[in-house]
Each structure stands twice: as C-alpha cells, then as structure tokens.
Ligand binder design. Structure first.
Ligand SMILES: *[C@@H]1O[C@H](CO)[C@@H](O)[C@H](O)[C@H]1NC(C)=O
Ligand SMILES: *[C@@H]1O[C@H](CO)[C@@H](O)[C@H](O)[C@H]1NC(C)=O
Ligand SMILES: *[C@@H]1O[C@H](CO)[C@@H](O)[C@H](O)[C@H]1NC(C)=O
Ligand SMILES: *[C@@H]1O[C@H](CO)[C@@H](O)[C@H](O)[C@H]1NC(C)=O
Ligand SMILES: *[C@@H]1O[C@H](CO)[C@@H](O)[C@H](O)[C@H]1NC(C)=O
Ligand SMILES: *[C@@H]1O[C@H](CO)[C@@H](O)[C@H](O)[C@H]1NC(C)=O
Ligand SMILES: *[C@@H]1O[C@H](CO)[C@@H](O)[C@H](O)[C@H]1NC(C)=O
Length: 469
C-alpha cells in the first residue's frame, strides 16, 4: 500500500447554531487493529478486520491487490464497523488485502494481510507400507506418504488393536514408522491412516510385518548312561519364529525311527526302548527354521550289569603237538571297549590243579605249552576290565597228540630149524608204548608177514614154522 499524503483542509459543520466554526482535523493515529492473514478453504469464509481512531471518524474501505474491492459482489460484505466478510471463498479471492481509512484529515493504509484459499482434496495415501519379513534385531521401516488438502494427519495402529508401544519407535518425516531392534512381538499387520484434520475422513493402507527368530534351544538333549535293556529318553526343545523343525542324527547319520526307536511330540522326544550296545552313540538334535538352525548333541552310554565286560565267545582249542594246544576265542559281543585283557584257565579234564595264563587284549589266542601227551585238557576264558572279570566263557576240551615212542631194541635167537625166538625191550624215554607190532620176512623176499600185535606187557615171541616152504 502506498501511504497517501495527508492534506489539511477546511471542514464545514452545519450543526452549530451560530455562524461558521472552523475545525482543524487531526491526522489519524496508527491502526490499532491490523488485518491478519487468513487461510480459507474453498467455499469457506474469510474475515478481515481493522480499527483506527480518527477525528472525524475515518471511513474504512478495502483494497485487494491495490485495487478497491468490488462491494457489489454479493459474496463481499463490508460491515459499518470496517469488517470485511467474504463468503463462499474461491481460489480467485486469494490476494493481498489492505484496509484503507480516510477522513478529512487524510487517508491511511493498513498493513497487508493475505487471503489464501485452496481446493479441498480428499486424503490419499500415495505410498503405503510394504509387507516386510525381518529377523529379530533388525530395523523395520514402514512407509506411509499421504497427500490431500488440508494436509492429512498420518497415524499408525495395529490391526489386532494391540498398542504399537513407544520404545524403539520413531516417526520419520511426516508419517513413516521406524521400529528399531524388532522382536517377534512386533509381528503383525500395521495400518497407516491418513486423516483429514478435525474430521473422521480417513484413508488407510496396511502392511504385514513378519519378524523371524532363528531356532534356539530351550532344552538341549543331555548325555545319559543307562543299563542295557532299559529305556533311554532324550528331550530336545527349541523355540524360534517360525516354529523350528527338529530332526535327529545318530553318529552323524539321519536317525530313522522305527523298531525300538521312537520320535514323539514333533520330534522333541527321542525314546529308545530296550537299549543294547548298538544304541550307544552320539545323538544330535538339529533345530531349524527359515531364520537359522542350531544343533546340540548328547551321548548315550550303555552300561552292562555292574559295568563288567561281556563273555568271550567262540572259544576253540586245537592240539598242535603231544605237548601243545592252541586256544583261540573272540571278543564279547558287548561292552568291549573297556577290556584290558583276557585270562585263560587251564586244567586237566580228569582233575587236578587249575592254572591261569594272562593274555593281552589284542591277541585273542594263546598256545599252551608243556602239556602231557594224549591228555585231555579243559579251557575257558574270562575278559577283564578295570572293574573286574566277565563270567567264564563256555569250556572246551582237547586232547594233546599221542607221543611217538622210540624204536624198541630187538634180539633174536634161533631155537631150532623152524623156530626163532624174538625178544624186545621198549625204550625208557618218551613214555610207555601202548603195544608192539611184529613184522618179519624171509630175506630177499618182498613181503613181510604181520603185523602180529602184542600188548605192552609182552616182550617175547617164538616165530615158528620157518623154513617149511
Ligand atoms: C501383503 O500381504 C497380504 C497377505 O498377507 C497381501 O494380501 C497383500 O497384497 C500384501 N501386500 C503387498 C504390498 O504385497
Ligand atoms: C506339533 O506341531 C504342530 C504344528 O507345529 C502343533 O500344532 C502341535 O500341537 C504339535 N504337537 C505336539 C505334540 O507338540
Ligand atoms: C521328525 O524327524 C524325521 C527325521 O528324523 C523327519 O523326517 C520328520 O519330518 C520330523 N517330523 C517333524 C514333525 O518335524
Ligand atoms: C579224552 O576225551 C575223549 C572224549 O571225552 C575220550 O574218548 C578219550 O578217551 C579221552 N582221552 C584221554 C587220554 O583221557
Ligand atoms: C623145534 O622146537 C619145538 C619146540 O620148541 C618143537 O616143537 C619142534 O618139533 C622142534 N623142531 C625140530 C625140527 O626139532
Ligand atoms: C599181560 O597183561 C594181561 C592183562 O593186562 C594179562 O592177562 C597177561 O597175562 C599178561 N601177560 C604177561 C606175559 O604178563
Ligand atoms: C619159545 O621157545 C623156548 C625154547 O623152546 C621156550 O623156552 C619158550 O618158553 C618159548 N616161548 C614162548 C613164548 O612160547
């Protein structure tokens, strides 16, 4: 506004009874109420006001963009108080408004005030939240950008009605939701709402946040030792999001349930009934979901009664000579790993002292020496651990070979023309012979006559009928 030059001039007053009175008008003071800028929605109302003191009372008019407002426009109402009302505001009403006061003392322009108006626009969500799948401790950013006039207010809620909370929650920009260090409890459908201010007009968009947690053990399986024939139970419990799958390995191989091995409760319980040596192993539980996997292992130790070794099997004895017998056997079929050696028990079958020979755990056979020929011996074997001996194995009996006697000494004596007396003597070495056999032939003929058998107490024989043919 351009401040006009104030003129001083004469003012005629008719209300006085006598003659003419000349009054000198005073210049107006400043506006004590200045018009203020307003923002009006389309079809809304705008109102400007200004106040100024003056003598004579100033007359108020309004200018828009330095031109007098058109008061013939029925949407513009100028009240005698100087208030300007504009109804049914349109975009074209926007501009700079200025109040003009004038009286005989002059003209004064107020400060300018802006009328802005805009068209109402429904709230619209331009970008809504995406579906997100995250792992715990990551950061979730849920986008929401809304336009509209007036500018919509963006707010967030959970579809299930649970509160979003405040910890770790931040709003980025005008409406994006950031959740730091997400946990599985943050999983859910998030609703972004764009509200027209002061109304219930709203648009919404939603996105699902899935927070996964890698599998972790609540209860890993524990190593156990159980006596043979009893039941062994391993428990494995894991949590995670999604629910972890459990599988088992036995000594690194996938465990195939069946028979006396059962998996229950979604594989969280492994039960082995009537355990035997074959069940002694490392059992691993593997918990796995889409966010990760973990494993834990436990050992099953199968205990034998009293922790003693099993009985050696397949005991066999074989005579090698009149004085030696070889005894062999195999490892027990259970609880062999703690065996430190074997003891071989030897006695004559017919009775007498038993004696023992210790044998290393690797040999599994022993040659017994210094036995008597043609004698039955009985053998059995025990396995030993540091805890003690197994039960005795089955016994076996074997006879040493018979001894070959030294040749007897033979003497002959002619009795008469048809009889020769043969006399012999057994050697004193190498045991007693069981008997004798006599063969004879005529010199220079190929065939022997005989044998003629004699018990061991007979040492003489008369060969008769010689020379008869
Ligand atoms: C999000 O997932 C839901 C189903 O859970 C689906 O209906 C929707 O279309 C998905 N939104 C986006 C942006 O992919
Ligand atoms: C096995 O898993 C399913 C799905 O994960 C669940 O519904 C069910 O209750 C579970 N059963 C047991 C015995 O834990
Ligand atoms: C249980 O484990 C077996 C293999 O050990 C697997 O084949 C099966 O799918 C598992 N069952 C469940 C419910 O995880
Ligand atoms: C050895 O035992 C066998 C069978 O028991 C028997 O026939 C044999 O006469 C015995 N031998 C000796 C020398 O005792
Ligand atoms: C030889 O002696 C036996 C008895 O010792 C006798 O019987 C036999 O007749 C005798 N023979 C001759 C030819 O003398
Ligand atoms: C030899 O012993 C048997 C019985 O063992 C006996 O009958 C026989 O008379 C004995 N012979 C001699 C010559 O001693
Ligand atoms: C063999 O002949 C002699 C002489 O005639 C005699 O003394 C002896 O008893 C005879 N022996 C036997 C076993 O007949």
């Amino acid at each position: 506004c351009i401040i006009s030059v104030t003129l001083t001039f004469l003012f005629s007053a008719h209300c006085f009874s006598e003659g003419f009175l000349a009054i000198s008008p005073k210049p107006m003071a400043d506006f004590h109420v200045q018009p203020e800028s307003v923002h009006a929605e389309e079809s809304g109302v705008a109102r400007f006001q200004c106040q100024i003191h003056g003598l004579p009372e100033p007359v108020i008019s309004w200018e828009k963009d330095s031109r007098p407002v058109d008061t013939s426009n029925e949407r513009y109402t100028l009240l005698p108080t100087g208030v300007l009302q504009i109804t049914g505001v349109r975009e074209e009403d926007s501009g700079r408004f200025c109040c003009v006061a004038h009286n005989s003392a002059g003209v004064k322009h107020s400060a300018e005030a802006l009328l802005t108006s805009s068209v109402y626009k429904e709230p619209v969500i331009v970008v809504g939240p995406e579906n997100l799948t995250l792992t715990v401790h990551q950061t979730a950013i849920l986008e929401c950008v809304a336009t509209g006039y007036p500018r919509p207010i963006v707010s967030w809620s959970r579809l299930d009605g649970r509160p979003i909370g405040v910890e770790g929650i931040q709003v980025l920009g005008t409406g994006n939701l950031m959740i730091s260090d997400v946990g599985v409890e943050h999983s859910g459908v998030y609703v972004c709402a764009a509200n027209k201010p002061g109304t219930r007009v709203r648009r919404t968009a939603q996105g699902r946040l899935v927070v996964q947690a890698p599998a972790e053990f609540v209860q890993p399986p524990q190593s156990i030792a159980r006596p043979v024939g009893t039941t062994a139970i391993f428990t494995c419990q894991a949590r995670g999001e999604p629910e972890p799958q459990l599988t088992w390995l036995k000594n690194g191989q996938i465990l195939e349930p069946g028979g006396h091995v059962k998996l229950r409760n979604n594989n969280s319980t492994l039960t082995i009934y009537g355990i035997s040596q074959n069940d002694e192993a490392i059992y691993q539980c593997i918990a796995e979901n889409s966010a990760g996997s973990t494993q834990a292992s436990a050992r099953l130790t199968v205990l034998w009664a009293d922790g003693l070794p099993g009985v050696p099997i397949h005991v066999e004895a074989e005579a090698l000579s009149p004085t030696t017998i070889q005894v062999s056997w195999r490892e027990p079929d259970k609880n062999t790993q703690d065996i430190i050696g074997y003891v071989l028990h030897i006695r004559r079958t017919s009775g007498g002292m038993e004696y023992e020979e210790a044998v290393s755990k690797v040999t599994l056979q022993q040659i017994i020496r210094d036995l008597e020929p043609s004698t039955n011996y009985t053998f059995y074997v025990k396995a030993y651990t540091s805890h003690g001996a197994s039960k005795p194995s089955d016994s076996v009996t074997e006879s040493t070979h018979g001894e070959v006697p030294a040749p007897p000494s033979l003497y002959t004596k002619v009795v008469n023309g048809s009889v020769v007396q043969a006399t012999w003597e057994s050697s004193s070495k190498m045991g007693q012979p069981q008997g004798f056999r006599l063969y004879y032939r005529r010199a220079h003929t190929p065939l022997f006559t005989g044998p003629i058998a004699f018990p061991r107490n007979v040492t003489q024989y008369n060969i008769t009928h010689l020379g008869e043919t």
